[in-house]
Ligand binder design. Sequence first.
Ligand SMILES: NC(=O)C1=CN([C@@H]2O[C@H](COP(=O)(O)OP(=O)(O)OC[C@H]3O[C@@H](n4cnc5c(N)ncnc54)[C@H](OP(=O)(O)O)[C@@H]3O)[C@@H](O)[C@H]2O)C=CC1
Ligand SMILES: O=C1CO[C@H](CO)[C@@H](O)[C@@H]1O
Length: 334
Amino acid sequence: MKNIALLGSGFIAGVHMEGWKRITGANIVAFFEIVPEKALNFQEKYSIPHYSSLPRLLEEKEVDIVDVCLPTFLHRDYVLQSAQAGKHIICEKPMALNVEDAVAMKNACQLNGVELMIGHALRFWGEYKKAKELVTQGKIGKILSLDAYRLSVSPTWSVVSWILQQNLSGGAALDLHIHDLDFANWVGGKPIEVFSRGVQSVNGSWDHAQTSIRYSDGIIANIEGGWMMKGEFPFTMGYRILGTEGVIEWEFRAGVNIEQRGDANPIIIYREGEKEEKINAQDDDAYYLELKYFFDCIENHRTIEQATPDHGITAVRIATAALESMEKGIIVRL
Ligand SMILES: NC(=O)C1=CN([C@@H]2O[C@H](COP(=O)(O)OP(=O)(O)OC[C@H]3O[C@@H](n4cnc5c(N)ncnc54)[C@H](OP(=O)(O)O)[C@@H]3O)[C@@H](O)[C@H]2O)C=CC1
Ligand SMILES: O=C1CO[C@H](CO)[C@@H](O)[C@@H]1O
């Protein structure tokens, strides 16, 4: 049994809450939220004690794990507070707004002897896991290129709309794009060069990005991400991986937002001289699987190997290099 404090009561905090409820031995002892009316709604829905101060929560409750579901600009501060209090931490992606903050978070956890995992949920998502597995098995030969995309309409659910402000969320180029940047790193290896072009919203936020990454063994990744889609454009994500002996392709469309996840399409594998092969790789909810993996690692003293702080830092490094590339029109060498 482990006691968990949930920080935030917004969109992803609700998704995590549903995940934690399914994990035997995971006991949510309290949640932290500074907005009173949001706290009231969450408390009514889940019947768990509310705190508007993290130090007070940690003083009054026995806590083993802190789950940081706060806006991105708060990740560093709350991870540092939790690490200094000796708690293991799972923190939502993007790890931080910049590499310096992300490194400080990793160091604080190391210094205080606590574990840290980052919410890179695609590493737990059936079709992305399967793609990685197929690539590792050599199903399509040596990988040459990877295309991935993630597109949605603008997220407007936050009361203060922190997410629409570049300096608080990093814009879609950091917030949304980062999922596929991390996926590309997982498949591609060591990134060495980033070039990106982007589109800014009226408020100056980089909200649509097309980023090209070169990896050390020659793989090229082309990643598109943004939340400038219009009208009823459904949340869309997918990938196409080209190898010397085949292609793996997958596309998924949800509702207007990602929480409305229905049945997925199969992955399709194309190989020279063969009929297309369809694989249904849909798995349980990735957010639940991510939390369960983290929880099991903590309970059983196992090393966290997925969505590690280093994975989080590298993803932030590429996203911020992409932002620099967009702003200056240059190739950024890592
Ligand atoms: N892994 C994934 O697929 C997803 C990850 N995320 C990530 O999760 C994090 C949270 O995002 P999301 O749940 O969408 O955000 P929300 O805005 O829905 O929730 C964040 C909560 O924190 C509150 N908050 C705002 N400012 C402060 C502050 N200064 N101090 C304390 N709390 C504050 C918000 O209140 P208010 O409403 O007033 O702003 C809100 O209740 C982000 O880093 C985001 O990138 C988000 C969605 C999916
Ligand atoms: O995948 C996601 C869904 O969209 C959200 C914002 O629009 C992101 O924060 C999140 O990471």
